[in-house]
Design a protein around this ligand. Structure first.
Ligand SMILES: *Cc1c(COP(=O)(O)O)cnc(C)c1O
Length: 371
């Protein structure tokens, strides 16, 4: 068996140790004679799984007891609606437009109230994070927003907020789908964060929401139309079991959380991730053929977007890499180009393999130009 180097943006590579553990337990979970997929979600066996998964996540991030952790379904995209339905009490929220997913989120929110764009990098094709000073000023001058929404790491454009907006008394809501558990999270700075699991936390199908309890304790802002499933207070009260949860997905997330704990926690993870990103960005900066597309001050440490001078050459590189066991390098269909996603399960050796492949391709182009 050979496993490829998988730089896919999501669903993405999972740690091999985790896959082995799941395989070993698949037919007989903890001497129950059943797969974890066949166990009732109401059983004490499953109760232990979800409780330990939450406890592991709380230890990893250091989540204060004043925050609730929810394991939901519907992907990150369902949260684009759940957030305004639960939190838009004054029917007015501030959004930062920094790419594809914040645009989808603001469109969804504008169905339930007024959305004001308080920062945007649309005029430079989302190659950077909008100016934070301006956002902070807007928020502190106007106390009337229900929350300030950001997409912290822009998976498609390869940019990230390295520093968070200040936003004083306005709760900060962040889509952290593609940077969840890639580095420590200062939870107290947020009112709510959420992440689809399929980037860094586990298989597709589970969405993790971490929300400050006081924001949800009076129930959804749009109580008349909010589906029961999306009612954060109800889900918190039911322990994410308003209905049958994604039992297998939550179990697999728990395996990933334990793997991060065993391998040094989030600080160690961030060090490894920064080393991986530095290695790749350095190779791009030194290349005469490839160049990074994000503004250097806004570069994501997770999703590295780059391109050559033409889409034909980009395609040729994707094929060249594929023949060498490297997959997932195609840029998002909305913008084309190339992208390598360096999620937690990707090790430095894989990034070295990619860098060697970039060099080899560039050298082959140079020699074919000479001949
Ligand atoms: C992948 C992604 C999404 C979409 O997630 P779904 O689970 O497919 O809804 C949203 N936001 C960000 C930042 C993402 O990376």
């Amino acid at each position: 068996m050979t496993r490829i180097c998988n730089f896919s943006a999501g669903p993405s590579a999972l740690p091999e140790d985790v896959l082995h553990e799941i395989k070993d337990e698949l037919l007989d979970y903890a001497h129950t004679g059943m797969s974890i997929m066949e166990v009732s979600h109401r059983s004490s066996i499953y109760r232990d799984v979800i409780d330990e998964t939450e406890a592991s996540l709380r230890r990893l991030i250091g989540i204060p007891s004043s925050y609730r952790v929810l394991f939901l379904q519907g992907g990150a995209s369902l949260q684009f609606a759940a957030i305004p339905l639960n939190l838009m009490r004054g029917k007015r929220a501030a959004y930062v437009l920094s790419g594809l997913f914040s645009d989808k989120a603001q469109r969804e929110a504008s169905r339930y109230g007024t959305v004001e764009i308080v920062g945007s990098s649309e005029d430079t094709a989302f190659d950077r994070i909008p100016d934070l000073g301006q956002i902070d000023q807007r928020i502190s001058a106007d106390g009337g927003f229900d929350y300030l929404y950001i997409c912290q790491n822009n998976t498609v454009y390869g940019t990230m907020f390295d520093v968070l907006p200040t936003c004083r008394n306005t709760p900060l809501v962040a889509d952290v789908s593609s940077c969840f558990l890639s580095a420590p999270h200062e939870i107290e700075r947020y009112g709510l964060i959420f992440a689809g699991a399929q980037k860094n936390a586990g298989p597709a199908g589970t969405t993790i929401v971490i929300v400050r309890e006081d924001l949800i304790e009076t129930g959804p802002a749009c109580a008349d139309i909010c589906p029961s499933y999306m009612d954060y207070r109800l889900q918190a009260h039911k322990g994410s079991m308003f209905n049958t949860p994604n039992t297998f997905g939550i179990y697999a997330c728990g395996k990933v959380f334990s793997w991060i704990e065993r391998t040094g926690g989030l600080e160690a993870m961030e060090r490894r991730n920064r080393a991986k990103a530095d290695l790749l960005y350095r190779a791009l900066d030194e290349s005469a053929l490839f160049h990074g597309t994000a503004d250097p001050g806004s570069r994501s440490i997770t999703n590295v977007t780059f391109r050559t001078e033409s889409s034909e050459l980009d395609e040729a590189f994707i094929e060249f890499a594929r023949l060498r066991g490297i997959e997932g390098l195609k840029g998002h269909r909305a913008i084309g180009g190339l992208r390598a996603s360096l999620y937690n399960a990707i090790d430095l050796a894989s990034v070295n393999t990619l860098v060697a492949c970039l060099h080899e391709f560039e050298a082959s182009k140079r020699s074919s130009m000479r001949s």
